[in-house]
Design a protein around this ligand. Structure first.
Ligand code: KIV
Ligand code: ZN
Length: 524
């Protein structure tokens, strides 16, 4: 019988700290609901003190997501812990996660304080958090670069004050699997009281070792792993959720550890996070990449055709890379659409269903078959639509290899009025982007542009991701359509909306444009 490892998902907190990610509350709730379907044990929903927007999202998730523990992050300050508690208090199972650095590098240069003060802050923070809830996690930040004796002392203080989970962060992705494993063994020796609580791993990927290090920590006794979907997070990211989960599932013979996850939801969760964050998944990404189960060489193809296990260690169906089994045609009605969406895990009713149906019909007119992957893309598109400041009304484009391409674009403003802009450009996409800038009057600079196909085949839906800089903010947007130019226009308008939304929130929060270009969060 395998021992259970708890999955602590930090996509919405550490993951959201990646440059250019600007999720609104509705998108965060959608992702949290999908994480609940996936069966994660804990959702770290955000860092409530950092902004009213973060607070609102954590509160919304706490109120409507059932199943997982909902966790709010806080420094050791009273105001942080109060904010975290107020945001999560309506959750079925709330957790406060409080942290302070134990490395001398951080204590001297960042906190500019003393070890004694760190001990006092950790003690007071855990005690205050415990006065609110029985479920309190404590992290000695930058633990792997800290003196282990001091870290053990601080962890023992946290346990004495009632912390139920002690997390050992490799904040800057510095450790190695052997060293991290030894770190846990030594911590247990220095602070035997750690055997009475759950130990947790939190590894960053600066040296590409986040999954390997997390695994080493689990082998050394930790039973919670902090990870993010697609491995997103600060700098080069966090331990990838799908990789650690499938490592545990596939090599149970080696370690007798497993999780309670419904792994068939992994691919869908990955696509949703990629769409909403604007962070594409590389084709060769383990587990969820487009090529993770593709065989190119003749020898491999031959082997797999004869017997799948010749070159596959996992079954693509076990990670959900088979959602194409749902197929609708152009004559499918509203009921069939609703049933298919329900099978995909989306409850879409009323006006939202009408909108999804309209979009489905438009696509079904141009595409022979609409698959599960197409439907997912359509519904994700609809989620983003409702929250956009600007929407694309229509565009005309004249493209030629002999003359400069030109575009005319109409944008619907939030008050329903239409603004039209015109522009030339190096190509049709560039002309469309110029026309959007002229219609909205918002200066922006394109930073990244990616096009991919939702499914295979000539009539596949195109999916475009745009990352741009406007109002001194990086923001991303994504668009789906049968026509790449339309998908591009939608993605650009959405990215612009997201940048403006972020700028407006910061303005309302009293953050200047200058400060907004700095990392917004006070913490890790
Ligand atoms: O990387 C880190 O140290 C963190 C902590 C808040 C756990 O994200
Ligand atoms: Zn982190």
């Amino acid at each position: 019988m395998a021992e259970q490892v708890h999955i602590f998902d930090t996509t919405l907190r550490d993951g959201e700290q990646s440059p250019g990610i600007s999720l609104n509350t509705q998108e965060k709730v959608e992702i949290a609901q999908q994480l609940a379907r996936l069966g994660v044990d804990v959702i770290e929903a955000g860092f409530p003190i950092t902004s009213p927007g973060d607070f609102e999202a954590v509160e919304a998730i706490s109120r409507c997501v059932e199943g997982p523990v909902i966790c709010g992050l806080s420094r050791t300050h009273k105001a942080d812990i109060d904010a975290a508690w107020n945001a999560i208090k309506d959750a079925e199972r709330p957790r406060i996660h409080t942290f302070i650095s134990t490395s001398d590098i951080h204590i001297t240069h960042q906190l500019q304080t003393t070890r004694d003060d760190v001990k006092g802050q950790a003690k007071a923070a855990v005690a205050l958090a415990r006065s609110y809830t029985d479920d309190v996690e404590f992290s000695p930040m930058d633990a792997t670069r800290a003196e282990i004796e001091f870290t053990a002392e601080v962890c023992a203080i946290a346990v004495a004050e009632g912390a139920t989970v002690i997390n050992i962060p490799d904040t800057v992705g510095y450790t190695t699997p052997e060293e991290y494993g030894r770190y846990f063994a030594r911590l247990y020796e220095l602070a035997p009281e750690l055997r009475g609580v759950e130990l947790s791993v939190h590894c960053h990927d600066d040296l590409g070792l986040a999954v390997a290090n997390s695994y080493a920590g689990l082998l050394a006794g930790a039973r919670q792993v902090e990870c993010a979907v697609n491995g997103i997070g600060e700098r080069s990211g966090n331990c990838s959720l799908e990789e650690i989960v499938m490592l545990l599932r596939t090599r149970g013979d080696e370690h007798r550890l497993d999780t309670n996850l419904e792994t068939r939801e992994l691919a869908r969760t990955s696509r949703m996070v990629s769409r909403f964050t604007g962070y594409p998944v590389q084709p060769n990404k383990a587990i969820v990449g487009r090529n993770a189960f593709a065989h190119e060489s003749g020898i491999h193809q031959d082997g797999v055709l004869k017997e799948r296990i010749t070159y596959e260690i996992m079954d693509a169906r076990d990670v959900g890379l088979d959602s194409n089994s749902i197929v609708l045609g152009k004559h499918s009605g509203r009921h069939a659409l609703r049933d298919a969406l329900e099978q995909l895990g989306f409850k879409v009713e009323g006006n939202a269903l009408n909108q999804a149906f309209k979009q489905f019909k438009e696509i079904a007119d141009r595409k022979k078959q609409v698959t599960g992957l197409d439907l997912e893309a359509i519904v994700s598109d609809r989620v983003r639509e409702g929250s956009a400041r600007y929407e694309l009304a229509w565009f005309d484009v004249v493209a030629s290899t002999r003359h400069e391409p030109t575009a005319k674009v109409a944008i619907t403003r939030p008050d329903g009025s239409e603004a039209v802009g015109e522009s030339g450009g190096d190509g049709p996409v560039d002309a469309i982007f110029g026309a959007i800038r002229s219609a909205t009057g918002v200066a922006s600079e394109l930073r990244q542009y990616t096009v991919s196909a939702v499914t295979e085949g000539e009539d596949a839906l195109g999916e475009v991701t745009v990352m741009l800089r406007a109002h001194r903010r990086l923001a991303s947007g994504q668009g789906v359509a049968t026509d790449i130019l339309e998908a591009s226009a939608r993605a650009y308008v959405r990215a612009l909306s997201n940048a403006l939304e972020g700028a407006a929130i910061r303005e309302a929060e009293g953050v200047t444009a200058e400060a907004a270009s700095e990392p917004a969060r006070p913490g890790p």
